[in-house]
Design a protein around this ligand. Structure first.
Ligand SMILES: *Cc1c(COP(=O)(O)O)cnc(C)c1O
Length: 424
C-alpha cells in the first residue's frame, strides 16, 4: 500500500483527507504519510518506512507509543465494558490522582477533549461571576470553541474579531485579545473592562505558537489582577499538565489558578479532558450547581484506566530530570548543526517540549514567533521526513520527547538531522 494512493482516497472522503487540519501538511508542503502503527519512540507508515517520532500525537504520549502498561489496562477494561453511562470506580481513582498532583484542583469534571474542557471552563467562569467578557492571549490555542477562535482586532486591548467563518462577530466581541507576556496590555484591558471580565485564560507555557515561555512575572501578574477585579484565572494546562512536572506549570511557576483545564497526557492517548478547581467554584457545576455541562461518554472507563495507568507509571518513574537532559542533548545538537551551517535560529525549550524557530530574534509572543522563516521550516521538515525523523508538520507547534526515547534515538536523530540540513 502506498501513502499517496491512500491519501488520495482519504481526500475524496474527508476534508483535506484528515480529521484535524494541521495533519494535511499544508504548512510545510509535501504529501502526508499515512500511519500503519507505532511503538515506543518509533512510528511506521503504510509503506513500512520507520520514523523516530518527535510529534508524539501532539503531546499525550509521554510514555511513548503503546506503552505496555497502558495497553494492558485498556485491554483488561475493554472486556469489562466500554462505557456504562453511570459512575465507575476508575473515575474516583483518577480524580484522586489529579487532585493529589495539583493542590489548586479540589474537584474535577471529566470530559472527552481539551476543547471541551476549555469551553466548559469558560461557561463556568461566566456562570460563577455573572460577567460576559473573557481575556485571551494572541497565539494561545485553547481548542476550537467559538469564544476562543478569535483574533486580535487592530490596536492593543481591543475587542476580538472572528478567527474563522462561522464565529459570529457578536460572540467574538466578547473575547478581548492581547499579546502574550504583555503586562501593560493586561492592565489596560482590566482598566477598561475590569468590572465585566469573567476570566483570563492562558497557556502557562504557550505550546501552540510554538513553545513560548512566560516572562518571570507574567503568570503572577495575571493571578494578582484577576483577584483584584473579581475575575477568575483559568490555566489551560492541556499540554503542560504532567509534562512540565507532576504538578504541571502551576507547580513550576508557583501560581494558584481558579480553574485548571487538562487533557493530552491525562488520557495517555485516549480521548480525555478535564476541568477542575476549588470546591467552591466546582460546586457551581450541574447537578450540584446551576452551570450545565454534560457528556454521554464522559468518565468512560476506557479513558479512565488509560489515564490511571499513565499517571501511575509516570509518578513511579518520575522521569522529568532525565527527560529534560535528553531533550537538551537534542536541542544543543540541533543548534550545533545549524550553527555550523550559519543558519539563524532560536530554540525555546522547557522540560521535554521545545520549538525550533528560524529567526535571529528572541521569541516571546505571537508577533515574534511569526518572524520565523516558515519556508525554510517547510524544507527542514521535508528533509527530516525523508531521513526518517517525524516532527510537527507546522512551525508553530512543539516537539515532544517521551520516556521511550533513548540516548541512541537522539544520536541517530542528530545524524539524520545533520544529513537533512547539509542538503537544505
Ligand atoms: C491541544 C490543546 C487544546 C485542545 O485539546 P483537544 O483535545 O485537541 O480538543 C486546548 N488547549 C491547549 C493548550 C492545547 O494544547
Amino acid at each position: 500500500m502506498k501513502n499517496s494512493e491512500l491519501f488520495q482516497r482519504a481526500k475524496s472522503l474527508m476534508p483535506g483527507g484528515v480529521s484535524s487540519p494541521v495533519r494535511a501538511f499544508m504548512a510545510v508542503g509535501g504529501e502526508p504519510i499515512v500511519v500503519a502503527n507505532a511503538r515506543g519512540s518509533k512510528l511506521w507508515d503504510v509503506e513500512g518506512k520507520e520514523y523516530i517520532d518527535f510529534l508524539m500525537s501532539w503531546g499525550p504520549l509521554i510514555l511513548g507509543h503503546a506503552n505496555p502498561k497502558v495497553v494492558r489496562a485498556i485491554q483488561r477494561q475493554a472486556e469489562m465494558g466500554l462505557s456504562y453511562g453511570l459512575t465507575n470506580e476508575h473515575e474516583i481513582t483518577l480524580a484522586e490522582l489529579v487532585t493529589s498532583a495539583m493542590p489548586s484542583v479540589e474537584m474535577v469534571r471529566f470530559v472527552s477533549s481539551g476543547t471541551e474542557a476549555t469551553m466548559s471552563a469558560l461557561r463556568l467562569a461566566r456562570g460563577y461571576t455573572g460577567r460576559k467578557y473573557i481575556v485571551k492571549f494572541d497565539g494561545c490555542y485553547h481548542g476550537h470553541g467559538d469564544s476562543l477562535l478569535v483574533n486580535a482586532g487592530s490596536g492593543v486591548a481591543t475587542l476580538g474579531i472572528p478567527g474563522t467563518p462561522g464565529v459570529p462577530e457578536d460572540i467574538a466581541r466578547l473575547t478581548l485579545v492581547i499579546p502574550y507576556n504583555d503586562l501593560d496590555a493586561l492592565r489596560e484591558v482590566f482598566e477598561r473592562y475590569g468590572e465585566e471580565i469573567a476570566c483570563v485564560i492562558v497557556e502557562p507555557v504557550a505550546g501552540n505558537m510554538g513553545v513560548v515561555l512566560p516572562k518571570s512575572d507574567f503568570l503572577k501578574a495575571i493571578r494578582a489582577i484577576t483577584k483584584d477585579f473579581g475575575a477568575l484565572f483559568i490555566c489551560d494546562e492541556v499540554i503542560t499538565n504532567f509534562r512540565l512536572s507532576k504538578g504541571g506549570a502551576q507547580e513550576v511557576f508557583q501560581i494558584e489558578p481558579d480553574i485548571t483545564c487538562m487533557g493530552k497526557i491525562l488520557g495517555g492517548g485516549m480521548p480525555l479532558g478535564a476541568y477542575g478547581g476549588s470546591r467552591e467554584i466546582m460546586e457551581k457545576v450541574a447537578p450540584e450547581g446551576p452551570v450545565y455541562q454534560a457528556g454521554t461518554l464522559s468518565g468512560n472507563p476506557l479513558s479512565m484506566v488509560a489515564g490511571i495507568a499513565t499517571l501511575t507509571e509516570l509518578f513511579r518513574l518520575n522521569p522529568y530530570k532525565e527527560l529534560e537532559r535528553l531533550t537538551k542533548k537534542l536541542t544543543s545538537g540541533i543548534s550545533e548543526i545549524l550553527n555550523k551551517k550559519g543558519i539563524a535560529h532560536r530554540i525555546n525549550q522547557i522540560a521535554s517540549m521545545f520549538t525550533l524557530f528560524f529567526t535571529d530574534r528572541e521569541v516571546y509572543d505571537y508577533e515574534t514567533a511569526k518572524m520565523s522563516d516558515r519556508e525554510l521550516f517547510g524544507r527542514f521538515f521535508r528533509g527530516l521526513l525523508k531521513e526518517g525523523v517525524l516532527i510537527p508538520p507546522a512551525q508553530f507547534e512543539a516537539w515532544f520527547l517521551s520516556t521511550a526515547h533513548t540516548e541512541e534515538d537522539i544520536d541517530l536523530a542528530l545524524e539524520k538531522i545533520e544529513r537533512a540540513v547539509s542538503s537544505l
